[in-house]
Ligand binder design. Structure first.
Ligand code: FAD
Ligand code: MLT
Ligand code: ZN
Length: 476
């Protein structure tokens, strides 16, 4: 079977048989979905850009069930697509052909929380926002936050090493995840669910699974360090006359806000127009070429407000900022965050989206957007830039009325060559999934890719876990 759309050939995995279904139904009574209508949303990704044709979805509740599923699939040579909230943006979360979908949706139990250390242990299928709601009354928060919080699962976050809006303050999951429980392709359970801040006994195996996008094992439980909920949160939404001023404001901001700075996000005016047009949101400041969203979080509101007002006085009195607004109450904070968080949604309303998630030296970050805008001219509907400026992470997005090969050819590999030239990353936080796996060599040397392929063969010799994803099948 060849997928014409993708130019990928189905690997020789077994096809689902009645006896396979009988086995699964016996193991997971009432939790084996085969109805075509019910399967539809699990076969298509969030962007509606890739579609598989799986005929079976399994919903285990326990690690032991995941282990039995994988042991069986490995023996029978059946391919498996792990799926969390299906909010991934690189086509990794849906099958390419008829892989069995293993959903973590019912693995949503909190196992323990220690309110002295702040260590939370939970199953992989817990929704990020639910974990935050659970922690809030105990005065803690999750160390990550992203626009997809209402749907994404903590296991999916770990599997993609999601970055998001709080990375500037709390660092990446590579630091906050203290332990993982993972089921390997042959069904064996790897219990590295430690709750220790320090543990240098041998190699740190959990790191191999963080960001492995379901290709090396299925994450079944996570131990994560949660910070105390900050009591004073303030937001400043500012308009800047140019990208140079966005960067200079960041430098001033780091100097003047220091330890209370918790987010520094940016968006261009094209993004603002999209959220206004498609989502009917209102620009709270004077129209400007760029906007920045600055969040401070701390424990003393008087101290934080004083610092923030000194900073604002400074930037408003200079040529760095044209206009700005402040928020300290919840409703206004949420409304300002929505302008930035909902750009992804506004883009999907604008047409077909070509999405690029890039790390570059900050001073080069916006040159790529300007360059693409000139290069694509009227072939694109919109070329926009936004992202986690504080982390050097740009989201370059191109929209068009409909999908076109010639537009794609004008973007790729040009965009990847551009990134290579400045030693950037072609995937800062979304992963490679199905869409980007062939471009890995733009960001990693061939020796590194070879070692990754060797790890894959060692941990999953039959290649049943999320095939066609993340790594190129042949040497690069
Ligand atoms: P899925 O989409 O279901 O899966 C993603 C990948 O992980 C797939 O390869 C899948 O096979 C694998 N996987 C899922 N669960 C497991 C598991 N338990 N074990 C092993 N493998 C598994 N990302 C960012 O980094 N930063 C952002 O700010 C951000 N914002 C977003 C905003 C929106 C509106 C959307 C739609 C997406 C955003 N993302 C962002 C993308 C991001 O990757 C995901 O939202 C999230 O981390 C994926 O979690 P999920 O549970 O939906 O995983
Ligand atoms: C974001 O930062 O908004 C997310 O990574 C999603 C996106 O890139 O659109
Ligand atoms: Zn992002």
């Amino acid at each position: 079977l060849t997928s014409e759309r993708y130019g990928v050939e189905r690997l020789p995995f077994a096809h689902i048989s009645d006896s396979n279904l009988t086995f699964f139904e016996h193991l997971l009574p009432g939790r084996v979905i085969t109805d075509a209508e019910e399967l539809k949303p699990f076969n298509v990704d969030w962007l509606k850009s890739v579609r598989g044709c799986s005929t079976v979805l399994l919903k285990p509740r326990t690690t032991m069930e995941v282990s039995q599923i994988l042991k069986y699939c490995n023996e029978k040579n059946l391919a498996v697509n792990p799926q969390g909230g299906n909010t991934g943006l690189v086509g990794g979360s849906v099958p390419v052909f008829d892989e069995i979908i293993l959903s973590t949706a019912l693995m949503n139990q909190i196992i323990s929380f220690d309110n002295v250390s702040g260590i939370l242990i939970c199953q992989a299928g817990c929704i990020l926002e639910n974990l935050n709601q659970y922690l809030e009354p105990m005065d803690f928060v999750m160390p990550l936050d992203l626009g997809a919080k209402g749907s994404c699962h903590i296991g999916g976050n770990v599997a993609t090493n999601a970055g998001g809006l709080r990375l500037l303050r709390y660092g990446s999951l590579r630091g906050t995840v203290l332990g993982l429980e993972v089921v390997l392709a042959d069904g064996s359970i790897l219990n590295c669910l430690a709750s220790l801040r320090k543990d240098n006994t041998g190699y740190d195996l959990k790191q191999l699974f963080i960001g492995s996008e379901g290709t090396l094992g299925i994450v079944t439980a996570v131990s994560i360090l949660c910070p105390r909920k900050p009591h004073a949160v303030n937001l400043a939404f500012l308009g800047c006359p140019g990208f140079c001023q966005v960067l200079r404001t960041f430098t001033v901001c780091k100097g003047m806000l220091g330890e209370i700075l918790s987010a520094y996000e940016f968006m261009d005016n094209e993004c603002m127009k999209l959220v206004e047009r498609h989502l009917k949101l209102t620009n709270p400041v004077a129209e400007s070429p760029f906007y920045v969203l600055i969040e401070t979080s701390g424990s003393n509101s008087t101290h934080d407000e004083e610092k923030l007002s000194h900073f604002l006085e400074h930037v408003m009195g200079s040529d760095l900022v044209v206009d700005g607004t402040l928020a300290s109450e919840d409703k206004k904070i949420k409304a300002l965050w929505a302008l930035r968080e909902r750009i992804t949604e506004a883009l999907t309303c604008d047409g077909v989206v070509y999405k690029y998630d890039i790390s570059l030296p900050v001073e080069k970050l916006y040159d790529l957007v300007t360059d693409m805008r000139i290069r694509l001219s009227t072939a694109a509907k919109n070329v926009v830039g936004y992202g986690h400026l504080g982390d050097g992470n740009l989201h370059l997005n191109v929209t068009a009325e409909s999908y076109s090969h010639s537009l794609l050819d004008a973007i790729e590999p040009y965009v990847y060559e551009w990134i290579l030239q400045y030693h950037g990353s072609i995937s800062a936080e979304h992963g490679l999934g199905f869409k980007k796996k062939h471009y890995i060599h733009y960001s990693k040397p061939k020796e590194a890719v070879l070692l990754m392929q060797q790890f894959k063969i060692m941990l999953d010799p039959k290649g049943i876990l999320n095939p066609y994803k993340t790594l190129p099948s042949k040497a690069v």
